[in-house]
Design a protein around this ligand. Structure first.
Ligand code: ASP
Length: 334
């Protein structure tokens, strides 16, 4: 009888265990994932363009990976990695940001510390070279979470002695490629109002787990091509485009921001994990397949053990990941 019971118990255990999605049992030393935006259409890229995308992702990923490998904090890894992506004209963040309907650039960024749920964000900044660093100062130097427009610019004036806050004229963010995208969007908008939503690509984000067990997330963007002046997307909204909580995961989103705001996507990942016991991968699959409409966007996340998940429901999303096992992954297509 005893052996029969033992056998039955073993059978149930094995069945349950094999049904569980692959989850590592112990925390990795560190893990990091980045994205360079949903909306990328890898089929339309030639070999040189694909190579340029992959090289840019590897370069940024390596900056964050080294910080984490040296025992640095997840917050530093996120900020420094995003600065590299902001300075790269390939991405729609910092240099290379999209044009709004007035032919100018308004940038959004946010950062969150999973250790204490502190967060900082800026929206609609026009002269701050690296908005992610200003977002971090909102977190550490003010009692607020989000500063926008003129107020965020004034705060940047106050932070003039901080070397990470360089100021640039608004034209610094312009690139010829983005100007052409904008002009094409203006033309298409005349035919079809909805087309502007398609013109997103190149937002950047980073999520990281450090050796101290802390998670952090950050996102930076120029928003949507031809967006209305004053429009704020999900990227600077904590809980929509960015979220981090040591209890569960760190998340950064990309895609048509309005959908991410309506569905509180970044917090939604945390909630699915905390309240329903979903794995980080199950949460991302559920959100991209069941909650967001097709072709709206994607997200990256790392959980408190170092499991990385990256999913999109668009044809492509530039993304890369690395962890302390030596794994390095770079992907463009869905
Ligand atoms: N989510 C960004 C926004 O709506 C755009 C993007 O990720 O491509 O502003």
């Amino acid at each position: 009888m005893f052996f029969r019971l033992l056998f039955a118990w073993m059978l149930v255990t094995v069945t349950l265990t094999t049904n569980l999605p692959a989850q590592r049992p112990e925390k990795l030393d560190y893990a990091i994932a980045i994205h360079g935006g949903a909306g990328l259409e890898p089929d339309k890229l030639n070999a040189d363009q694909k190579q340029a995308q992959e090289a840019a992702l590897r370069k940024a990923l390596d900056v964050g990976r080294r910080i984490l490998a040296d025992g640095g904090t997840a917050l530093d890894a996120v900020e420094q990695t995003i600065r590299v992506l902001e300075d790269d004209p390939l991405y729609n963040a910092g240099k290379g940001a999209v044009f709004n309907s007035a032919g100018e650039h308004e940038l959004d960024a946010s950062i969150m510390d999973g250790a204490n749920l502190q967060a900082g964000a800026v929206a609609g900044v026009t002269t701050v070279k690296n908005p992610i660093s200003l977002a971090r100062l909102v977190m550490t130097e003010t009692r607020h979470v989000l500063l926008q427009g003129g107020g965020a610019e004034k705060f940047a004036d106050e932070m003039h002695d901080q070397p990470q806050i360089a100021r640039v004229p608004n034209e610094y963010f312009s690139t010829e490629a983005r100007r052409q995208d904008w002009q094409a969007a203006v033309e298409k908008e005349k035919e079809r109002q909805k087309q502007a939503n398609k013109n997103r690509m190149g937002t950047v984000g980073c999520v990281a787990l450090d050796k101290h067990g802390n998670l952090a997330a950050g996102t930076s963007t120029g928003g949507l091509t031809n967006k209305k002046w004053g429009r704020v997307g999900d990227s600077p909204i904590i809980g929509a485009g960015t979220y981090a909580n040591n209890e569960t995961c760190a998340v950064s989103c990309t895609g048509t921001g309005e959908y991410f705001i309506r569905n509180c996507i970044a917090f939604h990942v945390h909630a699915l994990m905390a309240y329903q016991g979903k794995t980080v991968d199950e949460a991302l699959v559920y959100l991209t397949e069941k909650v967001l409409e097709p072709d709206i966007g994607g997200l990256i996340a790392v959980d408190h053990l170092g499991n990385i998940s990256m999913h999109t429901n668009t044809p492509g999303m530039a993304r890369a990941a690395a962890d302390s096992t030596g794994k390095v992954e770079v992907k463009l297509a869905r």
